[in-house]
Design a protein around this ligand. Structure first.
Ligand code: PLP
Length: 371
């Protein structure tokens, strides 16, 4: 089947900024300097200012950004880290990598973000960190999460990979946790031309520690303070990200307008649950998730019309072979399981054409009438 209406068109987004991006990348190529130079430094400064924090450390990818944040807080074997049960598996993998144990908490059935009311019952003597994920570009309830963290003397690390520019009560996600991890994977709201990530924080000491840990644990070359890893943001990627960052608000606004139009057009259709934003949340719609009972059938029918959709995510973490120890949770995480069974991500990206949007709506209306 041909895809006439792709889920995402990264090339069209590149073409909008091509002259500037090409120039910045070529300039970096010609500089002869490719790792940990002034492009990374300048991007870090710009991204920290954008998020509203003092420090940003560019790293290799989003998974490593979470891992390095945990390492900076000395989280390891015997420690528990609370995460939403319906997140992308990278959140859990980072915790497993440092030897700690991810603890799954069900999401709110309307916002799909970790349900603060269900966090407290999962806190034990071993709990060290609450790690909310601003899933689908929707900010988690940071007010409630910070309150619980304070009460139990826990640290908060945010997974901000899907929510560049989102706000909770007028403050950017990525600025609430003691550390916040993000990804610049190409498809994220701010995407590189390859892998990239960052950690944001207001703590100078933690920023330095993350920086050393990401570079073999060394402060000065060949003098190693920690058992670090190699996870650095490349100069060429930083150069491109620096060019794209000033466009992020405009692109997020385009996403919001499309999301608004989806909401208006789909409201009348039966059997579709539309995403709900909390009244304190300004989402950035990394994903536009609808819930629909006959999801797989609807997806196939859309594909027949050339409309590509995705599923975020087809298999919950506790069904994955990678986590056999979570098989016992089967049927015990009903909200998570329902989301994975029914979630369908509609095409949404900056620059998406009106005809593209209209075809999605037209096809959905037609299919909905036959269900
Ligand atoms: C993309 C993503 C990550 C991982 O980022 P990578 O750069 O691909 O390693 C982590 N958490 C969430 C929620 C993500 O969407």
């Amino acid at each position: 089947m041909t895809i006439s209406y792709p889920y995402l068109d990264l090339k069209s987004l590149y073409l909008r900024v091509k002259p500037e991006v090409d120039e910045a990348m070529m300039k970096t190529m010609n500089s002869g300097y490719y790792v940990l130079g002034k492009e990374v430094e300048q991007f870090e400064e710009a991204f920290a200012a954008y998020i509203g924090v003092k420090f940003c450390v560019g790293v290799g990818n989003g998974l490593d950004a979470i891992r390095l944040s945990l390492m900076a807080l000395d989280i390891g074997p015997g420690d528990e880290v609370i995460i939403p049960a319906n997140t992308y598996i990278a959140t859990a993998l980072a915790i497993s990598e440092v030897g700690a144990t991810p603890v799954l908490v069900e999401p709110n059935p309307l916002t799909y973000n970790i349900d603060p009311q269900k966090i407290e019952e999962k806190i034990t003597k071993k709990t060290k960190v609450i790690l909310p994920v601003h899933l689908y570009g929707q900010p988690a309830d940071m007010t409630a999460i910070l309150k619980i963290a304070k009460k139990y003397h826990l640290q908060v690390i945010e997974d901000n990979a899907q929510a560049h520019g989102a706000e909770w009560r007028g403050k950017k996600t990525g600025s609430f946790g003691v550390l916040s991890a993000t990804s610049f994977y190409p498809g994220k709201n701010l995407g590189a031309f390859g892998d990239g990530g960052a950690v944001t924080t207001n703590s100078l000491a933690l920023a330095k520690k993350v920086r050393y840990l990401a570079n073999y644990g060394q402060k000065i070359k060949y003098i190693n303070l920690y058992k670090g890893i190699n996870s650095r943001l490349d100069e060429v990627q930083a150069a491109a990200l620096k060019v794209k960052l000033p466009y992020l608000n405009e692109w997020n606004q385009e996403r919001r307008e499309i999301a608004l139009q989806y909401g208006e057009a789909l409201r009348e259709l039966p059997d579709i649950q539309l995403p709900v934003a909390d009244k304190y949340a300004t989402p950035v719609w990394h994903i536009y998730p609808i819930l629909i009972k006959k999801r797989d059938l609807v997806r196939e029918e859309l594909a027949k019309d050339g409309v590509q959709t995705l599923i975020h995510y087809p298999l919950p973490m506790h069904f994955q072979k990678a986590y056999p120890e979570w098989a016992k949770y089967k049927n015990h995480l009903p909200i998570t399981e329902k989301i994975h069974r029914e979630e369908l991500s509609l095409p949404l990206f900056p620059g998406m054409k009106k005809a593209h949007f209209e075809q999605v709506i037209k096809s959905l209306r037609k299919i909905s009438a036959t269900l």
